[in-house]
Write a protein that binds this ligand. Structure first.
Ligand code: TRP
Length: 336
């Protein structure tokens, strides 16, 4: 067990896909081996944009089931949903009074999500990063596995921790470090190697969903866009071939190899040979997760028990941290 504590969060969104699995979930599973790990389904972040109540609970269950099916061990890691631990929202308020408008105004995710109609964005969407800082710092987490797109939010978390420490007590919060996923291969659309695989793309053939059946996975790979060249013997030659590169990257991530290993294995081969091998790998990875997910989702009472248990364990860490924060800030509190 290494020093430090890992914390990460995932939004409860329906339709988890291969990009979510290879980009985050697989890494989370691996981190359990030698770290204390806390994983949170961030339902309070989800409502920064309008959510249908029934879809919110369904998506929360789906993400929880997917994490467990993928290998998050609830007896070891703490797995819970954010709204069951009130300390997140309370600490976020304290941080709203530490963070500055100028800091939040720089956040590119807000600009992107709010779009042109900024006046109509929720206040919650604007304050999203202070809640994220609260998620992390409520556990005094030191490592935060995130995708490239969340680096700026982590920087803000560090700024909040530094500001809080300088106002209220040196070394109160540790300054957390990001862990940017090692499988650097971003998983791209199967139809356009220059845009990210996404649940919101109109065509389902751009992505592999974690609940696709085996035949559909094979079909999607068969129809994935490629070019007519064989695979080269070095990665550099893939640079101008985004679709080919994406498939090589997926194969490498699935088999825990580098892209270099993969091209040297398949050098000179065409996609007629490579694609069926890739489909087989995908099916070997996804079908057990899909099957396990369905079993877990058939008993949501049991699943809710896991989440309640995780929330209790989370709260036992977050509550004293929040109480200590309030104490150094000068709030009068009852002592028990
Ligand atoms: N904002 C993150 C995302 O969309 C999710 C998240 C919320 C998170 N709180 C977090 C990630 C704390 C890491 C740590 O991906």
């Amino acid at each position: 067990m290494l020093d430090g504590r890992v914390f990460s969060g995932v939004q409860p969104t329906g339709n988890l896909h291969l990009g979510n699995y290879l980009g985050a979930i697989k890494n989370w599973v691996g981190l359990q081996k030698d770290h204390e790990t806390i994983y949170c389904i961030v339902d309070l972040h989800a409502i920064t944009v309008p959510q249908e109540p029934t879809s919110l609970s369904t998506a929360t269950h789906e993400v929880a089931a997917c994490l467990i099916a993928s290998g998050i061990d609830v007896n070891n890691s703490i797995l819970f949903n954010q709204s069951q631990v009130p300390q997140h929202a309370e600490l976020a308020w304290l941080f709203n009074c530490v963070a500055r408008l100028g800091w939040l105004n720089r956040m590119t995710q807000f600009k992107e999500k709010a779009g042109k109609n900024r006046e109509n964005a929720t206040v919650g969407l604007y304050a999203y990063p202070t809640l994220m800082a609260a998620d992390i710092l409520a556990y005094k987490a030191t490592y935060v596995p995130v995708g490239e797109d969340q680096k700026q939010h982590l920087e803000l978390t560090r700024d909040i921790a530094i500001a809080f420490n300088s106002m209220f007590g040196e070394n109160f919060f540790p300054i957390p470090d990001p862990i940017i996923q090692k499988t650097a291969a971003r998983i791209m659309s199967l139809r356009d190697g220059t845009s990210k695989m996404s649940k919101s793309s109109a065509s389902d053939f751009t992505r592999i969903n974690l609940n696709d059946d085996d035949d559909l996975i094979a079909q999607k790979i068969k129809k994935a866009k490629t070019d007519s060249e064989p695979l080269p013997d070095n990665v550099r030659e893939l640079e101008e071939r985004p679709e080919a590169r994406n498939l090589v990257g997926i194969y490498a991530a699935l088999t825990n190899q580098t892209e270099g290993d993969v091209v040297s294995e398949f050098s000179g081969e065409g996609f007629g040979k490579f694609k069926p091998m890739l489909a087989e790998c995908l099916i070997n990875t996804i079908s057990p997760i899909r099957n396990e997910m369905n079993i877990i989702l058939s008993d949501t009472v049991e699943l809710d028990r896991f989440l309640a248990e995780g929330s209790k364990r989370a709260q036992s860490i977050a509550e004293p941290v929040l109480a200590a924060c309030k104490s150094v800030m000068g709030f009068v509190q009852s002592s028990n």
